[in-house]
Design a protein. Structure first.
Length: 484
């Protein structure tokens, strides 16, 4: 049934994220039309939270559409992929020109580009919105990254900004127009890629502190709490301390010891790496974090067999100065976190040029200051680094605020990677991040040999350091050089 009162926004898909976003809108004074394939979820939400604001109950797509003021704004919160297309197909015949369909799930950005183009031809707006912050953020204020046309944002933006988290530094909402078509979902995808690397390198720090330093989880919780008052200050460092101090009620063991060591993933990290390969953007730390999850989960049976069959080949461990080692790990963790952000931002810059999105890196960094998973104190320095396009660094690591700290912390970073290698402890993001840093700064890379090999077997040619043009060598005959 429908109501005479019109809603400013409708939400279809009332699982936890959809329900919490609907409640968030209601908390901010909007009348929200509710729809779900199973009406039971709609009724449950109204029964439990109907006193939190104005809701309109609907049972069908037609009722949902009829309950909305124009231009209609409908937020889809269903599983990414075919379910989103199915909901769109049901909605399109019921809508009028300039109505707005919003996808707030973790959709793959090429799908968003396709949908936006198809709906634009019908006179409809399609907005792909990246939402970060999980269930709590959806209810109390997430980081919101909307794409789509500027016109659609003029209508939708004020509503999104009102429900977004406010940055503690200046009170500004963590929501802004990102760019056209798939830009919003692309930025959210890269956010998640950075999140993967950030969590993995925190895990590597935890393992090194435990295996090398012999520091148990409860004591590590205190260490991470202390670290959260340094330049490492971030949401993930904060909740790492919470996880490590948790004791299992059944066994009395640290809960982290009872959890199966197989990390799941839902696809955004993989998409980030795939997109980076297409762009030629070297997100090595992010890629290693994705592969580390795959090794932990899909190769679990292989790992169990490897424990019985593969030699460690490590020397007898020596002793370490606990205080010095803890500080080395802290510094290495900070440097590796910086590389994750640097690689993500470099990838955004490459995608901006490829898709003509004109992404503003300082604005994107500002959206990540609150509400989202990778919120961190260092984002203020990232914003400052990219505020002026004329002076913005080619790579985040070149910004003086970070370059000078890395120079100071570099010996610690190297010691930690060496110690991990000597102990046979995998630290793929620590190591790959350091290799990325060294790959940037080295005057010559081994790619010269690669080009020689490519020219040998495939006549792909190469460039010379002392002449213009492309060259090819007849390697297997007189080795004479020819200009191609």
């Amino acid at each position: 049934m429908t109501s005479e009162k019109k809603a400013q926004i409708g939400v279809t898909g009332l699982a936890v994220m959809g329900a919490n976003l609907a409640r968030n809108f209601a908390h901010h004074g909007y009348t929200v039309a509710l729809h779900n394939r199973s009406v039971g979820k709609t009724d449950a939400l109204i029964a439990e939270h109907g006193d939190e604001g104005e809701f309109i109950r609907t049972e069908t797509m037609q009722e949902l559409v009829d309950s909305l003021e124009k231009p209609r704004r409908i937020l889809i919160m269903v599983k990414a992929g075919a379910p989103v297309d199915s909901v769109i197909e049901q909605l399109v015949p019921l809508l009028d020109e300039d109505d707005i369909i919003i996808d707030g799930g973790n959709s793959h950005y090429p799908d968003t580009i396709r949908r936006e183009q198809a709906l634009a031809e019908k006179g409809l707006h399609f907005v792909g919105v990246g939402v970060s912050g999980g269930e709590e953020g959806a209810l109390n204020g997430p980081s919101i990254m909307p794409g789509g046309s500027r016109k659609s944002y003029d209508s939708l933006g004020p509503m999104l900004e009102s429900i977004a988290a406010d940055a503690p530094e200046d009170g500004k909402p963590c929501c802004a127009w990102i760019g056209t078509d798939g830009a919003g979902h692309f930025v959210k995808m890269v956010h998640n890629g950075i999140e993967y690397a950030d969590m993995q390198v925190i895990g590597e720090a935890y393992e090194l502190l435990r295996q090398v330093g012999g520091i148990e989880p409860a004591q590590q919780a205190e260490i991470f709490t202390q670290w959260n008052s340094t330049e490492l200050s971030s949401y993930l460092i904060e909740i790492t301390a919470e996880v490590l101090k948790q004791v299992d009620s059944r066994t009395g063991k640290p809960l982290v010891d009872v959890i199966v060591d197989a990390a799941a993933m839902k696809g955004t990290g993989t998409w980030t790496v795939q997109a980076a390969l297409e762009l030629g953007s070297p997100v090595t730390g992010i890629a290693e974090s994705v592969f580390a999850r795959a090794l932990s989960s899909t190769a679990r049976e292989t790992r169990l067999e490897a424990q019985e069959t593969l030699a460690a080949g490590v020397p007898e461990p020596g002793t370490v100065d606990d205080a010095a080692f803890i500080e080395d790990v802290r510094r290495a963790l900070y440097c590796s976190k910086l590389v994750a952000y640097a690689q993500g931002l470099e990838m955004l810059d490459a995608a901006s040029a490829e898709h003509d999105w004109d992404l503003q890196l300082d604005v994107i960094a500002s959206l990540w200051r609150a509400g989202c998973i990778i919120r961190a104190e260092l984002l203020e320095d990232i914003m400052a680094a990219y505020k002026d396009k004329e002076t913005a660094p080619r790579n985040l690591l070149f910004a003086p605020a970070f370059r000078d700290v890395i120079a100071e912390y570099l010996p610690s970073w190297r010691r930690v990677v060496v110690e991990a290698t000597n102990r046979g402890i995998p630290a793929p993001v620590f190591a790959s991040s350091l290799s990325y840093y060294d790959g940037l700064r080295r005057p010559r890379s081994n790619a010269a040999l690669t080009q020689g090999l490519r020219d040998y077997f495939g006549a792909h040619t190469y460039l010379r350091t002392d002449s213009e043009g492309a060259f090819h060598t007849l390697w297997s005959s007189d080795r004479s050089e020819i200009d191609s």
